[in-house]
Design a protein around this ligand. Structure first.
Ligand SMILES: Cc1cc2nc3c(=O)[nH]c(=O)nc-3n(C[C@H](O)[C@H](O)[C@H](O)COP(=O)(O)OP(=O)(O)OC[C@H]3O[C@@H](n4cnc5c(N)ncnc54)[C@H](O)[C@@H]3O)c2cc1C
Length: 416
């Protein structure tokens, strides 16, 4: 088991829950036990201690494993029909030491993108600790990127009285939502955050940011919140990866490409070799019958994927096809996104974003009434309904007019 974050911890616990009584070794690069990441931004200033997963999941993955190496990196792997060999490097393992096993679960998550060494990032508990300390002495914070994490940090920093400037290269905030992100712009303004969109950062230094048009934006502190990429470099040469580092997996979370198989291995053994590997959490790009390719990067997949991966490894495949799901808390609003909004999809609003009553946005495939995604703002009932809508084998079809009426329950808009 390589990676001791949410997906890694959940996999170890699932192995035991599903009756595996063999040996489990857990390798994790961070020197601390598994903890939950979403509170790092939402509770950056009011909850300094990590939210340990042993508390959150009410079970201790470290105790469930036979051997745990924390502060230890996997640096390479070889998989063949005889088993798996993982090279590790850490305080309790000589550099280049090899662990052998019958199967490998990859749960190494993602690493933040940071093109500017002078900027900070927020990905680990150690990053949060350092950012908290720096913020205590800062008057002016520049955040590069108006995505989920940029918005959440802007929320807490502005509420603490820090002057916050957010620089976003694309046209509006929460760019993953396309035009709908623009509907959240007033929240930033009302919170006193100076959100500047359509601006590009050229460089970052100790005193601020220089934009590509030469403008200077001074700051005591700069946070890069411009996304993350799967941390799968250690698998290079052994497992086929997409250009962004993600590993394509099937419904059972087994790698699809034959890159896991050494070239000299006879064709007949390839399936057996590949089935020794599972990829869970942020590192995986999952094939979904309903949504097409689903990238990692979201908590829910790291929570739920391990049950599927373990069932497959133990010989009782139980494919599950959950909808992609993201949640966020920002500027006093509870947000949820189910599904995957396509760029050319039709947009239908449900409720009025200018009021405080809560609203939702729905995306439909152009030319038909198949729903591809639902985004909700302060509408817990729609969150529950959206989860249920995306459980069939294909995308649900909705009556667009009924779905646009916030007084009509979403499930009543379902066709057929
Ligand atoms: C600040 C923040 C806030 C977030 N908020 C939300 C949210 O509100 N909603 C949401 O849906 N998602 C959110 N996410 C994303 C969510 O936390 C991730 O999708 C989830 O943590 C993925 O779990 P994982 O186990 O796949 O990866 P991770 O949690 O990244 O864990 C992977 C672990 O593997 C370790 N590792 C990496 N490489 C190696 C190696 N070579 N050898 C050994 N160990 C290695 C890493 O150090 C890490 O500890 C947030 C993320 C961050 C950073």
């Amino acid at each position: 088991m390589v990676g001791a974050g949410l997906a890694g911890a959940r996999t170890v616990l699932e192995l035991r829950r599903q009756g595996f009584d063999g040996w489990i070794g857990l390798v994790g690069a961070e020197p601390v036990p598994p903890y939950d990441r979403p509170p790092l931004s939402k509770h950056l200033l009011d909850r300094p201690a990590p939210a340990w997963l042993s508390d959150e999941l009410d079970a201790d993955a470290l105790a469930a494993a036979d051997r745990v190496w924390l502060g230890t990196h996997a640096t390479g792997v070889r998989v063949d029909r005889d088993g798996v060999r993982v090279r590790v490097d850490g305080p309790d393992a000589a550099a280049g030491a090899e662990l052998t096993a019958d199967a490998l679960v990859v749960a190494t998550g993602s690493a933040p993108v940071n093109p500017w060494p002078a900027a900070r990032v927020l990905h680990t508990a150690a990053d949060a600790e350092a950012l908290r300390t720096a913020l205590a002495a800062a008057r002016r914070l520049v955040i590069v990127g108006a995505g989920w994490i940029g918005a959440e940090v802007a929320t807490v920093a502005a509420a603490a009285g820090v002057e916050v400037i957010v620089l976003e290269a694309l046209a509006g905030p929460l760019p993953v939502l396309g035009a709908v992100g623009e509907l959240t712009r007033a929240w930033w303004r009302d919170a006193g955050v100076d959100l500047r969109t359509g601006v590009r950062v050229a460089s970052v230094d100790a005193t601020g940011v220089t934009l590509t048009d030469g403008e200077r934006v001074d700051a005591d502190l700069v946070l890069a919140a411009v996304g993350a990429r799967p941390a799968t470099g250690w698998l290079d040469g052994a497992v086929t990866r997409d250009p962004d580092g993600s590993i394509r997996v099937d419904e059972h979370l087994a790698p699809i490409a034959a890159g896991t198989v050494p070239a000299e291995e006879p064709t007949g053994h390839r399936a057996a070799t590949r089935s020794r590997v599972r990829v869970v959490g942020d590192a995986a790009r999952r094939r979904s019958a309903r949504h097409g390719w689903v990238a990692g990067g979201h908590w829910d997949a790291a929570l739920r994927g391990p049950a599927v991966a373990v069932a497959g490894l133990l010989g009782s495949p139980a494919p599950e096809d959950p909808a992609p799901y993201v949640f966020s808390t920002q500027f006093g609003h509870e947000l949820a996104l189910y599904g995957d909004p396509g760029r050319g999809d039709d947009l239908v609003l449900r409720g009025d974003p200018a009021t405080d009553d809560g609203w939702a946005a729905l995306w439909f495939e152009p030319g038909n009434d198949r729903l591809t995604a639902v985004f909700t703002v302060d509408r817990p009932r729609d969150v529950a309904a959206a989860r249920r809508l995306f459980t069939g084998e294909s995308l649900p079809e909705l009556d667009r007019t009924a779905a646009a009426d916030p007084a009509v329950p979403l499930r009543s808009a379902l066709r057929g």
